[in-house]
Write a protein that binds this ligand. Structure first.
Ligand SMILES: C[S@@+](CC[C@H](N)C(=O)[O-])C[C@H]1O[C@@H](n2cnc3c(N)ncnc32)[C@H](O)[C@@H]1O
Length: 171
């Protein structure tokens, strides 16, 4: 099992960055200052993360290459969008796309979303949470790795504002 004393939950991912394209690596290096959110022990202060912009706060967990996040951020500029993933080439891609579209309402975090939910997201702090096609774990022996379980559902309930939305798509 992929556990450690600091992070005792079973992880829903295998940390494998794989290959970066030159553009993804360049984006990670050159655009992180604009779009990246550093891990912290403190609750996230969204207004300051988004350059003083106080707005409805949306979170996508497991953004992959970031296409959904970028589309949502462009379609709804009145909201702030934070995307979390552990796969750094994908984070490079989403920053490239956000930069090309000059999005000001998008940030990304390179982190285990379960840890962020536990450590950094206060009660009733989010207007919406998105989770799209999260669990590539069809085998029974891997079911324990699925991010969606009762504890996850309870975390989402806790961080959503009353009336907030959780939008999930899965196959
Ligand atoms: C099957 S992919 C789906 C990506 C994207 N949502 C889509 O629909 O194309 C699952 C993604 O979730 C990420 N992921 C899985 N567990 C995670 C976790 N605990 N924290 C952050 N990202 C996670 C993986 O790195 C991967 O990018």
């Amino acid at each position: 099992m992929n556990k450690s004393p600091e992070n005792p939950h079973i992880r829903s991912f295998v940390r494998r960055d794989g290959r970066f394209t030159d553009a993804q690596r360049h984006a990670l290096e050159s655009l992180w200052a604009d779009y990246g959110v550093e891990p912290s022990e403190e609750p996230l202060d969204f207004t300051s993360l988004f350059g003083g912009r106080h707005a409805p706060q949306h979170l996508e967990i497991g953004i992959g290459m970031g296409d959904a996040l970028v589309e949502m951020a462009q379609a709804d500029p009145e909201n702030n969008y934070l995307g979390i993933d552990v796969h750094r080439p994908g984070l490079g891609s989403v920053m490239q796309k956000a930069h090309a579209r000059e999005l000001k309402n998008l940030r990304v975090m390179s982190a285990d979303a379960i840890t962020v939910l536990q450590k950094n997201l206060p009660d009733a702090s989010l207007d919406a949470v998105y989770l799209f096609f999260p669990d590539p774990w069809p085998k029974r022996r891997h079911h324990k790795r699925r991010i969606v379980n009762a504890a996850f559902a309870e975390s989402i309930r806790r961080v959503l504002k009353p009336g907030g939305h959780f939008h999930m798509a899965t196959d």
